[in-house]
Design a protein around this ligand. Structure first.
Ligand SMILES: [Zn+2]
Length: 290
């Protein structure tokens, strides 16, 4: 497998672990890269209803942090900015933008949320980026990925396309899980002891849209720098909303009720350790260099 090279820095990738798909690690930049496949049938073990209840509080709290940063970065232009979200899912980010008077269009390949988008008058184009024609005159002031960037197979092509769609000083905002966080380290440790289900869950290998990459601070910056974007800020986001933890764990159909209850209690007990570890989710703000 030594013929595989890291999509960030080009160094050889080494096989790290075999799960449902193989996961490789770059010895230079530490990128974790999988050979997972996207299932276009959209059949998976994800129960969207349970997921919604569990995730909503957490997402909205993190979106408020991102909006605050956007206000700071755009200053007096804040009310005139135009944004694009890639992978809008349920539309919560678009809804947040609407509440904050930000104009933002979404692109989403799945139509299961269409009625929600329509009921809430959210502007969503259905299909895959960049095939969907969402061209904005002069480019977008920001393009945002909320838990989506890690699912995209060809990240170099992606970033080149994003550059074309951003305005001259446009911002690329990437909100994603980190390979240096508490949960990733814990799952890796459990895998070493022969329990692989948590690592499989983190990579979402049983879902139709698995993770393709797991980034750290260093390789995230390296990737974007390589394509001419520079980091202007990075913030830690919350990864667990403790009151809704159980619903989130129950979102996985393969998790039985007893196991879910046990995991919820264990995580609640470990709350102090989790909160003092490196962040599990971060948001990065990059600016296109002129
Ligand atoms: Zn690398």
């Amino acid at each position: 497998m030594s013929n595989l090279s890291c999509p960030v820095c080009g160094s050889p990738l080494k096989l790290k672990y075999r799960l449902k798909f193989n996961v490789y690690k770059c010895s230079n930049c530490g990128l974790f890269n999988s050979d997972a496949k996207f299932e276009y049938s959209f059949q998976s073990s994800l129960e969207s209803d349970s997921r919604d209840i569990g995730l909503k509080n957490l997402r909205l709290k993190n979106f408020a942090t991102i909006i605050k940063e956007l206000r700071k970065l755009f200053g007096k232009n804040f009310n005139n900015i135009k944004g694009l979200e890639i992978g809008s899912g349920n539309g919560w980010w678009l809804q947040t933008c609407k509440e904050n008077n930000i104009s933002c269009i979404g692109i989403e390949p799945e139509i299961i949320y269409k009625s929600y988008h329509e009921e809430n008058n959210l502007n969503v184009l259905y299909g895959f980026y960049p095939d969907v024609n969402a061209i904005q005159d002069g480019g977008y002031d920001f393009i945002i990925f909320n838990d989506v960037f890690e699912h995209i197979p060809d990240i170099n092509d992606l970033v080149e396309n994003l550059k074309k769609d951003l305005s001259n000083d446009g911002l690329l905002i990437i909100n994603l899980p980190m390979s240096t966080g508490f949960f990733y380290n814990m799952a890796t440790l459990m895998h070493k002891f022969g329990i692989s289900s948590y690592l499989t869950r983190l990579w979402q290998f049983n879902f139709h849209s698995p993770h393709m990459n797991y980034f750290n601070d260093k390789n995230m910056k390296m990737l974007l720098n390589k394509h001419g974007l520079s980091e202007i800020s990075a913030l830690d986001l919350d990864s667990l909303d403790f009151p809704s933890l159980k619903e989130r764990i129950m979102a996985d159909k393969e998790m039985n009720k007893l196991k879910a209850r046990f995991l919820t209690s264990a995580l609640t007990l470990m709350k102090p350790v989790i909160l003092s570890s490196k962040p599990d989710i971060k948001v990065f703000f990059f600016r296109k260099k002129l």
